[in-house]
Design a protein around this ligand. Sequence first.
Ligand code: 6GU
Length: 247
Amino acid sequence: MNEEMDQSMKIDVLTIFPEFFDTVFEFGIIRRAKLAEIVEINVHDIREYATDKHKMVDDRPFGGGDGMVLKPEPIFAAIENLIGTSDRDAYPAGTRVVLLSPQGRPLKQAVAREFADEAKHIVMICGRYEGVDERVNATLVTDEVSIGDYVLSGGEPAAIVIVDSVIRLLPNALGSDTSAENDSFERGLLDCPHYTRPAEFRGMAVPEVLLNGNHAEIDKWRFEKALEKTKLNRKDLLTGENGESER
Ligand code: 6GU
């Protein structure tokens, strides 16, 4: 295939819990995108790159403190195997090495869009809550990303979140009946409410405007409801405070 034409993406996930991912990528849009060869996802056990006889992947932190820190050697070996180099400046164009960590820049729709538009090969390193040796961050990582201001035990759920948010933005990942353009955040507003049959359920009626076939009126109603919901739950999206309006 012509290099220029190939819009497919390769995603490698590095984790100490590979079984975590056994079925998560086997449903819905992600499954369809894999079957259509829009994306290829491979999960790798960091332990398989451990060099010592005990297959150690973590160790105690220098300076003392709680918890264990992921060792650099297996992660460097994995990156060299998957990318061909551990020199960040020598990565092929379109290569992103993403470290999932609470210290990362916040994941926003704009970040997912950037990965979908620019990346050909994404390697996700799932950190543990206690940490990853900083030399991984200093020399291998192109993007340190957090999925929000709360603590997860590890980066695995965050990797799933990023994979999902990026894949749905790849060309042809969504069916022709769906579009990412109307998604929440793509236009800086939350989504409007949706209804389906029956038109009346347990005494609750669907708003009349949705039944009358006047699409100009329906669009206006949907915009007003989206604005209302955004004012209620995410005022920050409208005022631009905390950088949350980024999209
Ligand atoms: Cl990416 N990792 C961990 N361990 N905790 C998080 C996170 C990531 N994003 C938010 N909390």
